[in-house]
Ligand binder design. Structure first.
Ligand SMILES: [Zn+2]
Ligand SMILES: [Zn+2]
Length: 178
């Protein structure tokens, strides 16, 4: 009888150890999966941002010529020859003309810091949305080093054409209420 009890206890302990091992392994596995997806997401986001800057891209007008920057209005990539500058803002030839032919007004200026970038994101959203409806806008960013906080502030401003300013302002108000 005692012998049978010992066998049962040993067997039971064995099963418990086996189960604990299994749980441990599964936890480890799930955690590792989560970590991998988080890392992949972060990496993907970084790559997307790099793509936006178009470091590896080619000029839209000259295939085979490396792009040096993007147009502030259409955000397509162009080579040095195709980018025309006005007060440090770059435009493609088509949109440089559009820029010169219109009166532009600053719609809004926001300040964002590396630990609080979301205030500027709304401006990029509105710019993308407007461009889908062929309403041109452009964004100007000025960087300033804040010595007190020891961080870089960026002053981001959105510019639109005078004739579309009131409509764009309305959309800005709607965005800020969200
Ligand atoms: Zn353009
Ligand atoms: Zn070009």
């Amino acid at each position: 009888m005692e012998k049978l009890l010992t066998v049962v206890v040993v067997l039971f302990s064995f099963i418990v150890v086996l189960l604990l091992g299994l749980i441990g392994f599964l936890t480890f596995y799930v955690l590792r999966q989560n970590k991998n997806t988080a890392e992949e997401k972060a990496k993907k986001k970084f790559e997307d941002e790099e793509d936006k800057k178009n470091i590896h891209g080619f000029c839209l007008n000259h295939s085979g010529v490396h792009a040096q920057g993007t147009c502030a209005i259409c955000e397509n990539s162009f080579c040095e020859k195709c980018l025309w500058e006005h007060e440090k803002t770059l435009f493609c030839p088509e949109h440089y003309r559009l820029f010169m032919d219109n009166k532009w007004v600053e719609l809004i200026q926001v300040q964002s810091t590396p630990d609080k970038p979301e205030s500027a994101l709304a401006l990029y959203d509105l710019k993308a949305q407007s461009w889908k409806n062929k309403v041109p806008t452009y964004i100007v960013t000025h960087y300033k080093i804040n010595f007190e906080g020891d961080q870089i502030e960026s002053h981001v401003s959105l510019w639109g054409r005078e004739q579309e300013a009131s409509e764009l302002n309305l959309q800005l108000q709607l965005l800020s209420k969200k």
